[in-house]
Design a protein around this ligand. Structure first.
Ligand SMILES: Cc1cc2nc3c(=O)[nH]c(=O)nc-3n(C[C@H](O)[C@H](O)[C@H](O)COP(=O)(O)OP(=O)(O)OC[C@H]3O[C@@H](n4cnc5c(N)ncnc54)[C@H](O)[C@@H]3O)c2cc1C
Length: 241
């Protein structure tokens, strides 16, 4: 892990609130990380983690997707920096032990809540060019359909790669009157599609509450507990009973 002074190469809005932020590393620093890892932006007195959305194969920049968190002081500092900064930022990079270096020898279920999809995007874009022998199922859970800012990207992949399946899920249908897709909590919706979890691998990105609820339900349905992976297991370990 290194602390690096970086440049913000570009910022653009994906939708009403989520921004794509491209970070350039200093000259002579290699873009060297594993698919699924994150970086931390260094703020005064605190670091803020952001998953890397690009594949490790992309060597020119690191792609982040940043969404403001209501009532969060840290998020307000980051938004202000993105709005007004001189476009430099310090990062600690790479971080995280929830990554993939090769496709597992089982079907892969990726469960993402909100911007947790960034971690999955990196994993998918890294695995696809290496060829899939087992299917990948991406379930992306959001509150409202307007939050599905990467749907066109995933639908395009699905049209080209028969082993890739994209299932968007909206949890608050009242916010999305035209939504005709799946409704519910992302982990529960995915569970409806699999009879047998004894031979799958699951990656989950979301809040600690969502991840541990998913772990308990999936293990109760036959998932070996060493086949679920999440950053939460490191940064918010479950207290011993
Ligand atoms: C490992 C990790 C990766 C993150 N990646 C992103 C990202 O790609 N884009 C983004 O906008 N925000 C991301 N966040 C959240 C972001 O760091 C916070 O919103 C930011 O630090 C502002 O602080 P806060 O007070 O809102 O959150 P804090 O109180 O510091 O809490 C961070 C919360 O982020 C949530 N979280 C975990 N993973 C993700 C994720 N991939 N996306 C969103 N929330 C997540 C967890 O529920 C955790 O409780 C990530 C957080 C973590 C822990």
């Amino acid at each position: 892990m290194k602390r690096l002074p970086c440049t913000i190469a570009s910022i653009e809005y994906y939708n009403h609130d989520t921004r794509k932020v491209m970070i350039s590393l200093p000259r002579n620093e290699a873009v060297d990380f594993k698919a699924g890892q994150y970086l931390e932006m260094v703020l005064p007195g605190k670091n803020c983690p952001f998953s890397i959305a690009s594949s490790p194969d992309v060597k020119d920049y690191l792609e982040l997707h940043i969404r403001p968190t209501p009532d969060s002081e840290d998020s307000a500092i980051i938004e202000d920096m993105l709005n007004h900064s001189d476009r430099t930022v310090e990062i600690d990079f790479p971080k995280g032990d929830c990554f993939l270096e090769s496709a597992p020898d089982t079907p892969l279920i990726l469960l993402a809540a909100s911007t947790g999809v960034t971690q999955m995007k990196s994993i998918i874009e890294y695995l696809l060019p290496r060829g899939l022998t087992h299917p990948i199922y991406l379930y992306w859970g959001v509150l409202a359909d307007k939050d599905l800012y990467l749907s066109a990207r995933f639908e395009a992949i699905m049209a080209q790669e028969e082993k890739f399946h994209y299932i968007p899920v909206v949890s608050e249908p009242a916010t999305s009157p035209e939504w005709e897709g799946r409704i519910g909590l992302v982990g529960e919706v995915a569970l409806q599609d699999f009879e047998d979890l004894s031979d799958v691998t699951v990656y989950v990105s979301g809040s600690p509450g969502m991840v541990y609820a998913t772990l308990d339900t999936y293990v109760a349905r036959g998932l070996p507990d060493n086949r679920m992976f999440s950053d939460v297991f490191s940064y918010a370990p479950r207290p011993a009973p």
